[in-house]
Ligand binder design. Structure first.
Ligand code: HAM
Length: 449
């Protein structure tokens, strides 16, 4: 059978056998952020195109080359979000979060869309965990933000990530720096790509971030921003480093980090790995003191970061990091015949209400086929119920890990609870050498309680 179509280039399915890994990473991100006071925000997958043009910057690669932009049926220009910050700022302003106690801290798990050349670690649909902190200019906030990213990596037991930081200054020192860059690049103007020739006048810093090999070779010897920082930016950068040291966070200063988006000011940083190929930046972020007012709000110094979840997954897998096991059914009830099926439906319902994963065979197949299916699903226990078992009110429960069988009473399965004697019988059952709380599996209640 020929498929009608295949997944779009640069997109990836996550299959049921793997999804627990994504869920574990996502839950760790959110739990860690919560410890730092971040609450989740959810914003739409598409926004008006001008949000990104103004927010991300119309001389960036993202806006000039990579956005999925289209006109909707009403003739409005719409863009699938290429990143999460601009939408978070829009929502912060539009929903009046800016009038609440500052700083406001939000975090998000989102899909993002960029029309980039797909390769390992570079997708056209990818996912980010991001955080944004609105309303503080303190260098304490920059250091706390970096500490949060590091805590996520530590909690996931990621190894060998290096933290690189830089300061790209404020509009005051940027003016001087732009002058120096223009001078430098003008002498080699003819060698630059067409996009970068256009950037020379409007935003020469963007040339430093161009992916063309010729432009990046020329950019390698360009003046570095740290030589042009004003006193205030220098002081701020020193203080960030003081607070990082106070938390024993190791870093190196990389004066070449400029980031690919226009909104950054002062502190920028990246967590980089050498273990996952050319796309080694797992997390990037920094301060953006001018973005909130650029998008129509009051001047609000702010900062944030985002980590690429696919890159994080690649890294964890490459390092054989510990993932939790995928959940398997606690009990598979093999029912033979109509009466038994009715009993199985009842037991499964009670078990689920008690919080367990209990399954029956929806296809009502033979004993052998059901047993095989339960085994394939990795069920911890099975119980076979036929007409006999229903009439006599007893069945045999099988521990699939060691094959041990235990008799359980079905007749006492009234109002969701087995009786105490069964609890005693089952108390010592073990799964894979670990004691398994069968009492709670069956919702066994001690009648004397
Ligand atoms: P970004 O550096 O463009 O920053 O993206 C953040 C992270 O997303 C990257 O470090 C990378 O791990 C991942 N990423 C980016 N592009 C791709 C791609 N094509 N395929 C797979 N992963 C990718 C931002 O997006 C900013 N909004 C971060 C931020 C938040 N700054 C302040 N607040």
């Amino acid at each position: 059978m020929a498929l009608v179509t295949k997944a779009i280039k640069g997109t990836k399915d996550v299959l049921p056998k793997d999804v627990h890994k994504n869920q574990y990473i996502e839950a760790t991100c959110l739990d860690t952020a919560e410890k730092f006071g971040y609450k989740e925000i959810r914003t739409p997958v598409f926004e008006h195109t001008e949000l990104f043009q103004r927010g991300v910057g119309d001389t960036t690669d993202v806006v000039q080359k990579e956005m999925y932009t289209f006109d909707d049926k009403g003739g409005r220009s719409i863009t699938l979000r290429p990143e999460g910050t601009a939408g978070a700022v829009r929502s912060y302003l539009e929903n009046g979060l800016c009038n609440e106690a500052l700083p406001q801290k939000v975090c998000y798990l989102t899909s993002c869309y960029r029309y980039e050349k797909p390769q390992a670690g570079r997708l056209r649909e990818f996912h980010q965990f991001g955080v944004e902190c609105f309303g503080t200019q303190s260098p304490l906030a920059d250091a706390e933000l970096i500490a949060l990213a590091k805590a996520v990596f530590d909690n996931l037991e990621v190894k060998d990530l290096s933290l690189e930081i830089n300061s790209i200054g404020c509009p005051t020192c940027r003016a001087e720096y732009h002058k120096a860059l223009k001078e430098y690049f003008s002498s080699r103007q003819d060698e630059l790509c067409e996009t970068c020739r256009g950037r020379l006048e409007r935003n020469p810093m963007r040339i430093l971030d161009c992916k063309s090999p010729v432009c990046s070779a020329i950019a390698a010897d360009a003046p570095v921003v740290t030589d042009y920082l004003c006193d205030e930016c220098k002081e701020h950068f020193d203080a960030v480093q003081k607070y990082l040291k106070a938390q024993n966070i190791e870093y190196t200063i990389n004066p070449k980090i400029v980031r690919g988006l226009d909104y950054y000011t002062k502190t920028v940083f990246e967590f980089v790995s050498t273990g996952i190929g050319a796309q080694g930046t797992v997390c990037g972020g920094g301060r953006y003191d001018g973005l909130v007012d650029e998008l129509g709000g009051q001047k609000t110094p702010s900062l944030g970061f985002a980590m690429g979840l696919e890159r994080l997954m690649m890294l964890l897998e490459a390092q054989n990091a510990p993932f939790p096991q995928a959940a398997v059914p606690d009990l598979f009830i093999i029912a033979l015949g109509e009466k038994a099926t009715l009993k199985a439906v009842e037991i499964a319902g009670d078990m689920r209400a008690e919080g367990f994963e209990a399954l029956i065979d929806l296809n009502q197949r033979s004993l052998r086929a059901q047993m095989k299916y339960a085994d394939k699903l990795g069920a911890k226990f099975t119980v076979v119920i036929g007409d006999n078992e229903v009439e006599q009110g007893v069945a045999r429960l099988k521990n699939m890990a060691n094959g041990e069988e235990t008799e359980i009473a079905l007749t006492t399965f009234v109002s969701g609870f087995y009786n105490i004697s069964l609890s005693e019988q089952l108390a010592d059952l073990e799964i894979n050498g670990e004691e398994f709380d069968f009492g709670s599996l069956f919702g066994i209640k001690n009648e004397e309680e």
